[in-house]
Design a protein around this ligand. Sequence first.
Ligand SMILES: *Cc1c(COP(=O)(O)O)cnc(C)c1O
Length: 433
Amino acid sequence: MVTSTFKTTKSEEIFAAAQKLMPGGVSSPVRAFKSVGGQPIVFDRVEGAYAWDVDGNRYIDYVGTWGPAICGHAHPEVIKAICEAAQKGTSFGAPCALENVLAEMVIAAVPSIEMVRFVNSGTEACMSVLRLMRAFTGRDKIIKFEGCYHGHADMFLVKAGSGVATLGLPDSPGVPKNTTTNTLTAPFNNLEAVKALFAENPGEIAGVILEPVVGNAGFIPPDGGFLAGLRELTRDNGALLVFDEVMTGFRIAYGGAQEKFGITPDLTTLGKIIGGGLPVGAYGGRRDIMEMVAPAGPMYQAGTLSGNPLAMTAGIKTLELLHQPGTYEALDRITKRLADGMLQIAQETGHAACGGQISGMFGFFFAAGPVHNYEDAKLADLTKFSRFHRGMLEHGIYLAPSQFEAGFTSLAHTDADIDHTLAAAREVMSHLS
Ligand SMILES: *Cc1c(COP(=O)(O)O)cnc(C)c1O
C-alpha cells in the first residue's frame, strides 16, 4: 500500500494510442473513466479476484468484467472447458447439444422461464424481448424506469442510467424522436406513477420492463411491495411484466431477483453471468409467449453466432459452479462485510454515505440517502467519488469508474481481500475532502 510506487506509464501510452484508433479509445464508453477523470487502467490479465495492469500493478477487482466473473476470473474449470470445446470448433451455425444443456439449466433455475432463446448480448436480449412484448400484445407502448439500462437499442435510450448518464447525454443523438415516443418512463419505486401511465394510455401499453434491483444507476433495491405492485398492475391492464435480469440473474440468487423476491414476471432477459465471460444473452418466459418467436411463430429474431458452443460451454460450467451448495451464502457474507465496512468507515471519517448489498452485488453513494430512485442517486457527491476512486486505485483496489454503477464480488474474494480493501478505504477516506 505504498502509493509512491504506483506507476501507470504503459497504461497511459496504450490509451493514448487507442484514442487515435477507436472513438474515445475504448470499445465501451464507461471504460474510459470519463466520469471519474484521470487515465483508465489497461488490463493485461485477470485471475480469481484480481486484475493485473500492463504496468504490473495488481488490483482487487470489484467490477468482475461487469458481473460475469462471479466464480472469479479465469476459473480453471471454466478455462479448461472452453479449451476442450474449442478443439471441436468455435461456431457451428447449426443446432448444438450444448444449447439444450444450458437451456435446461436456465429453465430449471429461473421461475418465469419455460422456454429460452439464446442471443449474443444483453442488448440483443432486451431489444428482442421488446419486439416480443409488442408482438404478443399487439400494443406499441412500454414503460421503463428512470436510470434503468436495458442495452443500447434506440427505444431504450431514454433516461438510461450509468453509461449514458455519466456521459451527460440525456438522450443519444441519432435516436429518432418517433422511436422513443412509445417509451414511457416513471421513477423507480413509484407505483403511483406507473398507475397514472396506465390510466393515461388505456389498452395501449404492451408491458413494463425493469431491473428488479437497479444496478445501472448505482445499486438501488426495490422497496417492499414495488415488484408485487407492478405484477398486479400489469396483470390488471393486460400488459406483460418483464424483468431485465441481465445483471441480477444468477447473481442476486441462483434463480435471480425473481426467486429472491418471489415475484414471477412474464418474460426475463439474461446475459453476463450465463456466458461465463464470453458474449451471451438470452430471453425467455411463458411458453405461450415464447412460441411467438420464429421459427415456432411469426416474430423474427436470429443470430449467426447465437448459441455457439464456446459461450454455451462457459455458461454451463459457470452455472455448475454456482449451483453448488453455499455459494450464495458465501457471496452474501463477504459482500455484507464489504458494504457494512465501507459505510462504517465513511461514518467514522465524517463522510455522508449510504449503500447496501444483496448477495454479491453492492453499492455505495456519497450521499446522505436513502436512495430510492435515480433522482436520489443524482444527489451523490460525484467529485468526492472521483477522488475516492482514484485513491482506491492507487491502493490497488479497482472499483467501477462511476458512482452510478453497482459493484460485484466473486467466490474468489477472500476475507483477506475484504480486510485489505477496507484498510485502503479507511486510508483514502481519512484524507478525502
Ligand atoms: C449490462 C446490461 C445490459 C446490456 O448487456 P450487454 O451485454 O452489455 O449488451 C442490459 N440490461 C442490464 C440490466 C445490464 O446490466
